[in-house]
Design a binder for this molecule. Structure first.
Ligand SMILES: Nc1nc2c(ncn2[C@@H]2O[C@H](COP(=O)(O)OP(=O)(O)OP(=O)(O)O)[C@@H](O)[C@H]2O)c(=O)[nH]1
Ligand SMILES: [Mg+2]
Length: 313
Protein backbone atom coordinates (compact mmCIF):
# COMPACT_ATOMS: atom_id res chain seq x y z
CA UNK A 1 0.00 0.00 0.00
CA UNK A 2 2.76 2.45 -0.96
CA UNK A 3 5.31 4.23 1.30
CA UNK A 4 8.11 2.57 -0.63
CA UNK A 5 11.18 2.49 1.61
CA UNK A 6 13.47 0.44 -0.60
CA UNK A 7 13.98 0.29 -4.33
CA UNK A 8 13.03 -2.87 -6.26
CA UNK A 9 15.40 -4.37 -8.87
CA UNK A 10 18.51 -2.29 -9.47
CA UNK A 11 19.27 -3.89 -12.84
CA UNK A 12 16.87 -4.89 -15.51
CA UNK A 13 16.07 -8.57 -15.98
CA UNK A 14 15.68 -8.20 -19.74
CA UNK A 15 19.21 -9.36 -20.60
CA UNK A 16 19.24 -12.42 -18.29
CA UNK A 17 18.91 -15.84 -19.94
CA UNK A 18 15.50 -17.28 -18.96
CA UNK A 19 17.05 -20.53 -17.63
CA UNK A 20 19.12 -18.66 -15.02
CA UNK A 21 16.05 -17.01 -13.49
CA UNK A 22 14.74 -18.20 -10.13
CA UNK A 23 11.19 -17.69 -8.92
CA UNK A 24 9.34 -19.14 -5.94
CA UNK A 25 6.54 -18.76 -3.42
CA UNK A 26 7.30 -18.30 0.29
CA UNK A 27 4.64 -18.33 3.03
CA UNK A 28 5.12 -16.31 6.22
CA UNK A 29 3.41 -18.34 8.92
CA UNK A 30 3.07 -18.50 12.68
CA UNK A 31 0.70 -17.75 15.51
CA UNK A 32 -0.97 -14.33 15.72
CA UNK A 33 1.03 -11.19 16.55
CA UNK A 34 4.54 -12.61 15.95
CA UNK A 35 5.31 -10.00 13.24
CA UNK A 36 4.50 -11.70 9.90
CA UNK A 37 2.97 -8.59 8.34
CA UNK A 38 5.77 -6.36 9.62
CA UNK A 39 8.25 -8.78 8.01
CA UNK A 40 6.55 -8.96 4.59
CA UNK A 41 6.51 -5.16 4.45
CA UNK A 42 10.21 -5.10 5.39
CA UNK A 43 11.21 -7.79 2.85
CA UNK A 44 9.30 -6.26 -0.05
CA UNK A 45 10.20 -2.72 0.98
CA UNK A 46 6.65 -1.37 0.83
CA UNK A 47 3.64 -1.22 3.10
CA UNK A 48 1.42 -3.99 1.75
CA UNK A 49 -0.08 -5.66 4.79
CA UNK A 50 -1.58 -3.90 7.79
CA UNK A 51 0.03 -4.12 11.23
CA UNK A 52 -1.23 -3.68 14.79
CA UNK A 53 -0.45 -4.96 18.26
CA UNK A 54 -3.87 -6.66 18.34
CA UNK A 55 -3.64 -10.41 17.54
CA UNK A 56 -5.54 -11.63 14.44
CA UNK A 57 -5.01 -8.43 12.46
CA UNK A 58 -4.45 -10.18 9.10
CA UNK A 59 -7.63 -11.88 7.84
CA UNK A 60 -6.66 -13.22 4.40
CA UNK A 61 -3.41 -14.03 2.59
CA UNK A 62 -1.64 -10.94 1.21
CA UNK A 63 0.97 -11.41 -1.49
CA UNK A 64 4.06 -9.19 -1.73
CA UNK A 65 6.55 -9.52 -4.57
CA UNK A 66 10.31 -9.08 -4.18
CA UNK A 67 12.23 -8.28 -7.37
CA UNK A 68 15.99 -8.73 -7.65
CA UNK A 69 18.15 -9.29 -10.74
CA UNK A 70 17.53 -12.89 -11.80
CA UNK A 71 15.15 -13.50 -8.90
CA UNK A 72 11.50 -13.08 -7.97
CA UNK A 73 10.11 -14.14 -4.60
CA UNK A 74 6.36 -14.06 -3.99
CA UNK A 75 5.88 -13.77 -0.23
CA UNK A 76 2.48 -14.68 1.18
CA UNK A 77 1.57 -13.10 4.50
CA UNK A 78 -1.01 -15.30 6.23
CA UNK A 79 -3.49 -14.88 9.09
CA UNK A 80 -2.05 -15.93 12.47
CA UNK A 81 -2.90 -19.48 13.56
CA UNK A 82 -5.31 -19.33 16.53
CA UNK A 83 -8.31 -21.11 18.06
CA UNK A 84 -11.31 -20.07 15.95
CA UNK A 85 -14.58 -19.03 17.64
CA UNK A 86 -16.44 -17.71 14.60
CA UNK A 87 -16.83 -18.74 10.95
CA UNK A 88 -14.55 -15.84 9.98
CA UNK A 89 -11.76 -17.18 12.18
CA UNK A 90 -12.23 -20.76 10.97
CA UNK A 91 -11.78 -19.47 7.44
CA UNK A 92 -8.70 -17.40 8.41
CA UNK A 93 -7.01 -20.46 9.92
CA UNK A 94 -8.09 -22.68 7.01
CA UNK A 95 -6.55 -20.25 4.49
CA UNK A 96 -3.33 -19.95 6.52
CA UNK A 97 -3.03 -23.75 6.79
CA UNK A 98 -3.80 -24.38 3.11
CA UNK A 99 -1.02 -22.02 2.00
CA UNK A 100 1.59 -24.23 3.74
CA UNK A 101 1.03 -26.94 1.14
CA UNK A 102 1.04 -24.59 -1.84
CA UNK A 103 4.44 -22.89 -1.52
CA UNK A 104 8.08 -23.75 -2.21
CA UNK A 105 9.18 -22.72 1.26
CA UNK A 106 7.54 -21.84 4.59
CA UNK A 107 9.11 -19.23 6.86
CA UNK A 108 7.71 -19.66 10.36
CA UNK A 109 7.98 -16.77 12.79
CA UNK A 110 8.26 -17.08 16.56
CA UNK A 111 8.26 -14.12 18.94
CA UNK A 112 11.72 -14.75 20.43
CA UNK A 113 11.14 -12.24 23.24
CA UNK A 114 8.25 -14.39 24.52
CA UNK A 115 9.92 -17.76 23.87
CA UNK A 116 8.32 -20.90 22.51
CA UNK A 117 4.71 -21.53 23.59
CA UNK A 118 1.90 -24.00 22.88
CA UNK A 119 0.64 -21.82 19.99
CA UNK A 120 4.03 -22.13 18.25
CA UNK A 121 4.16 -25.89 18.84
CA UNK A 122 0.71 -26.22 17.28
CA UNK A 123 2.07 -24.48 14.16
CA UNK A 124 5.03 -26.92 14.12
CA UNK A 125 2.51 -29.80 14.06
CA UNK A 126 0.79 -28.24 11.02
CA UNK A 127 4.18 -28.15 9.25
CA UNK A 128 4.62 -31.87 9.81
CA UNK A 129 1.24 -32.55 8.20
CA UNK A 130 1.99 -30.20 5.30
CA UNK A 131 5.43 -31.85 4.77
CA UNK A 132 6.75 -28.43 3.76
CA UNK A 133 10.35 -27.18 3.52
CA UNK A 134 10.77 -24.74 6.39
CA UNK A 135 12.91 -21.94 7.79
CA UNK A 136 12.48 -20.51 11.26
CA UNK A 137 12.66 -16.82 12.09
CA UNK A 138 13.21 -15.76 15.70
CA UNK A 139 11.65 -12.31 15.49
CA UNK A 140 11.71 -9.30 17.84
CA UNK A 141 15.34 -9.83 18.93
CA UNK A 142 15.47 -6.08 19.60
CA UNK A 143 13.35 -6.74 22.71
CA UNK A 144 15.71 -9.23 24.37
CA UNK A 145 19.26 -9.84 25.51
CA UNK A 146 21.49 -11.86 23.18
CA UNK A 147 22.26 -14.42 25.97
CA UNK A 148 18.64 -15.62 25.84
CA UNK A 149 18.95 -16.32 22.12
CA UNK A 150 21.28 -19.34 22.13
CA UNK A 151 19.11 -21.62 24.32
CA UNK A 152 16.12 -20.69 22.17
CA UNK A 153 17.98 -21.57 18.95
CA UNK A 154 18.79 -24.97 20.54
CA UNK A 155 15.18 -25.49 21.57
CA UNK A 156 13.64 -24.78 18.14
CA UNK A 157 16.43 -26.76 16.47
CA UNK A 158 15.34 -29.84 18.41
CA UNK A 159 12.00 -29.79 16.54
CA UNK A 160 13.99 -31.06 13.54
CA UNK A 161 11.79 -29.16 11.11
CA UNK A 162 13.94 -26.25 9.98
CA UNK A 163 16.66 -25.98 7.35
CA UNK A 164 17.90 -22.76 8.91
CA UNK A 165 17.14 -20.60 11.97
CA UNK A 166 17.47 -16.84 11.51
CA UNK A 167 17.22 -14.40 14.45
CA UNK A 168 16.15 -10.93 13.32
CA UNK A 169 14.06 -7.87 13.98
CA UNK A 170 11.39 -7.20 11.37
CA UNK A 171 10.81 -3.84 13.04
CA UNK A 172 14.38 -2.51 12.99
CA UNK A 173 15.50 -4.51 9.93
CA UNK A 174 18.40 -6.15 11.82
CA UNK A 175 19.53 -9.34 10.00
CA UNK A 176 16.65 -9.22 7.46
CA UNK A 177 19.14 -9.24 4.57
CA UNK A 178 20.48 -12.55 5.92
CA UNK A 179 16.95 -14.03 5.74
CA UNK A 180 16.57 -12.72 2.20
CA UNK A 181 19.83 -14.47 1.19
CA UNK A 182 18.80 -17.76 2.84
CA UNK A 183 15.46 -17.64 0.98
CA UNK A 184 16.99 -16.58 -2.36
CA UNK A 185 19.34 -19.56 -2.52
CA UNK A 186 16.39 -21.94 -2.04
CA UNK A 187 14.20 -20.60 -4.85
CA UNK A 188 13.66 -23.01 -7.75
CA UNK A 189 14.63 -22.15 -11.34
CA UNK A 190 11.76 -20.71 -13.35
CA UNK A 191 10.53 -17.55 -15.06
CA UNK A 192 9.00 -14.65 -13.09
CA UNK A 193 5.23 -14.87 -12.38
CA UNK A 194 4.61 -11.12 -12.08
CA UNK A 195 5.76 -8.04 -14.01
CA UNK A 196 8.78 -6.22 -12.60
CA UNK A 197 6.86 -3.18 -11.37
CA UNK A 198 4.21 -5.13 -9.44
CA UNK A 199 4.59 -5.24 -5.64
CA UNK A 200 1.26 -6.86 -4.76
CA UNK A 201 -1.88 -8.20 -6.42
CA UNK A 202 -4.17 -6.87 -3.67
CA UNK A 203 -7.06 -5.02 -5.39
CA UNK A 204 -7.16 -1.29 -4.65
CA UNK A 205 -10.63 -1.41 -3.01
CA UNK A 206 -9.45 -4.09 -0.61
CA UNK A 207 -6.26 -2.14 0.18
CA UNK A 208 -8.42 0.91 1.01
CA UNK A 209 -10.64 -1.14 3.30
CA UNK A 210 -7.55 -2.59 5.02
CA UNK A 211 -5.99 0.84 5.66
CA UNK A 212 -9.20 2.00 7.37
CA UNK A 213 -9.40 -1.23 9.38
CA UNK A 214 -5.77 -0.77 10.44
CA UNK A 215 -6.80 2.42 12.24
CA UNK A 216 -9.71 0.66 13.96
CA UNK A 217 -7.22 -1.98 15.15
CA UNK A 218 -4.70 0.60 16.28
CA UNK A 219 -7.15 2.86 18.09
CA UNK A 220 -9.69 0.56 19.76
CA UNK A 221 -9.20 -2.10 22.40
CA UNK A 222 -10.48 -5.43 23.74
CA UNK A 223 -13.17 -7.07 21.62
CA UNK A 224 -13.94 -4.03 19.45
CA UNK A 225 -11.30 -4.51 16.70
CA UNK A 226 -12.09 -8.22 16.40
CA UNK A 227 -15.80 -7.47 16.03
CA UNK A 228 -15.22 -4.91 13.26
CA UNK A 229 -15.06 -5.03 9.47
CA UNK A 230 -14.82 -2.25 6.88
CA UNK A 231 -16.97 -2.21 3.73
CA UNK A 232 -16.16 0.22 0.93
CA UNK A 233 -19.33 1.74 -0.56
CA UNK A 234 -17.76 4.16 -3.04
CA UNK A 235 -14.37 5.21 -4.43
CA UNK A 236 -14.63 8.15 -6.81
CA UNK A 237 -11.65 9.88 -8.39
CA UNK A 238 -12.41 13.57 -8.95
CA UNK A 239 -10.60 15.70 -11.53
CA UNK A 240 -8.77 17.90 -9.01
CA UNK A 241 -6.54 15.16 -7.52
CA UNK A 242 -9.20 14.37 -4.93
CA UNK A 243 -10.52 10.89 -4.19
CA UNK A 244 -13.87 10.55 -2.44
CA UNK A 245 -14.31 7.43 -0.37
CA UNK A 246 -17.44 6.26 1.44
CA UNK A 247 -17.00 3.37 3.86
CA UNK A 248 -19.07 1.63 6.51
CA UNK A 249 -17.55 0.19 9.65
CA UNK A 250 -19.60 -2.86 10.56
CA UNK A 251 -19.68 -4.06 14.12
CA UNK A 252 -21.44 -6.73 16.16
CA UNK A 253 -23.19 -4.85 18.96
CA UNK A 254 -24.67 -1.48 19.91
CA UNK A 255 -22.12 -1.13 22.74
CA UNK A 256 -19.27 -1.54 20.21
CA UNK A 257 -20.87 1.02 17.91
CA UNK A 258 -20.95 3.48 20.83
CA UNK A 259 -17.22 2.88 21.48
CA UNK A 260 -16.38 3.31 17.77
CA UNK A 261 -18.24 6.64 17.66
CA UNK A 262 -16.89 7.77 21.04
CA UNK A 263 -17.89 10.68 23.21
CA UNK A 264 -19.05 13.52 20.97
CA UNK A 265 -17.82 11.51 17.95
CA UNK A 266 -14.21 11.70 19.11
CA UNK A 267 -13.20 8.11 18.25
CA UNK A 268 -14.75 8.30 14.78
CA UNK A 269 -12.88 11.53 14.17
CA UNK A 270 -9.54 10.04 15.30
CA UNK A 271 -9.99 6.93 13.14
CA UNK A 272 -11.14 9.01 10.15
CA UNK A 273 -8.27 11.49 10.36
CA UNK A 274 -5.56 8.82 10.67
CA UNK A 275 -7.13 6.66 7.94
CA UNK A 276 -7.42 9.65 5.60
CA UNK A 277 -3.71 10.41 6.04
CA UNK A 278 -2.63 6.87 5.27
CA UNK A 279 -5.03 6.70 2.29
CA UNK A 280 -3.56 9.94 0.92
CA UNK A 281 -0.06 8.42 1.03
CA UNK A 282 -1.30 5.21 -0.59
CA UNK A 283 -3.34 6.88 -3.35
CA UNK A 284 -1.02 9.85 -3.89
CA UNK A 285 -4.01 12.20 -3.92
CA UNK A 286 -6.06 14.20 -1.47
CA UNK A 287 -8.82 12.11 0.09
CA UNK A 288 -12.28 12.95 1.31
CA UNK A 289 -13.32 10.11 3.60
CA UNK A 290 -16.88 9.64 4.89
CA UNK A 291 -17.35 6.90 7.49
CA UNK A 292 -20.50 5.35 8.92
CA UNK A 293 -20.89 2.77 11.68
CA UNK A 294 -23.53 0.04 11.40
CA UNK A 295 -24.45 -2.86 13.67
CA UNK A 296 -24.86 -6.25 11.99
CA UNK A 297 -25.25 -8.81 14.74
CA UNK A 298 -23.38 -12.06 14.14
CA UNK A 299 -21.66 -10.82 10.95
CA UNK A 300 -18.60 -13.01 11.66
CA UNK A 301 -20.77 -16.07 10.99
CA UNK A 302 -22.52 -14.57 7.94
CA UNK A 303 -20.92 -15.91 4.74
CA UNK A 304 -22.29 -13.15 2.52
CA UNK A 305 -20.53 -10.50 4.63
CA UNK A 306 -17.37 -12.59 4.89
CA UNK A 307 -17.26 -12.74 1.09
CA UNK A 308 -17.71 -8.97 0.90
CA UNK A 309 -14.67 -8.40 3.12
CA UNK A 310 -12.47 -10.55 0.90
CA UNK A 311 -12.64 -14.08 2.34
CA UNK A 312 -12.96 -16.52 -0.58
CA UNK A 313 -15.95 -18.60 0.65
N1 LIG B 1 9.82 -4.77 19.00
C1 LIG B 1 9.41 -5.39 17.89
N2 LIG B 1 8.10 -5.39 17.58
C2 LIG B 1 7.73 -6.02 16.45
C3 LIG B 1 8.64 -6.67 15.57
N3 LIG B 1 7.95 -7.20 14.55
C4 LIG B 1 6.65 -6.89 14.76
N4 LIG B 1 6.51 -6.17 15.90
C5 LIG B 1 5.26 -5.66 16.50
O1 LIG B 1 4.43 -6.77 16.81
C6 LIG B 1 3.04 -6.43 16.62
C7 LIG B 1 2.39 -7.42 15.68
O2 LIG B 1 2.95 -7.26 14.39
P1 LIG B 1 2.22 -7.81 13.08
O3 LIG B 1 3.19 -7.66 11.97
O4 LIG B 1 0.87 -7.20 12.92
O5 LIG B 1 2.06 -9.35 13.49
P2 LIG B 1 1.34 -10.51 12.68
O6 LIG B 1 2.11 -11.75 12.94
O7 LIG B 1 1.15 -10.13 11.26
O8 LIG B 1 -0.06 -10.59 13.44
P3 LIG B 1 -1.48 -11.22 12.91
O9 LIG B 1 -1.79 -10.63 11.58
O10 LIG B 1 -2.42 -10.78 13.98
O11 LIG B 1 -1.28 -12.70 12.90
C8 LIG B 1 3.04 -4.99 16.11
O12 LIG B 1 2.83 -4.13 17.19
C9 LIG B 1 4.45 -4.82 15.52
O13 LIG B 1 4.91 -3.48 15.53
C10 LIG B 1 10.04 -6.63 15.95
O14 LIG B 1 10.93 -7.16 15.27
N5 LIG B 1 10.34 -5.99 17.10
MG1 LIG C 1 -0.56 -9.92 10.18
Amino acid sequence: MSEIVEHPATETNANLAPDTFRCGFVALSGRANVGKSTLINRLVGAKLSIVSDVPQTTRFPVRGILHRPGLQVIFIDTPGIHKPRYRMNEEMVRLATRVLKEVDLVTVLVDASEGLGPGDRFVFELLKTARSRNLLVLNKVDLMSKERLLPLIDEVGRAGLFEEIVPLSALSGENCDRLQAVIAERMPPGPPHFPEDMLTDLPQRQAISELIREQVFQQTRQEVPHATAVMIEMVEKGDSRLTRIHATIVTDRDSQKAILIGEGGRMMKAIGTAARRSLETYLGSRVHLALWVKVKKGWRDDTSILRLIGLPL
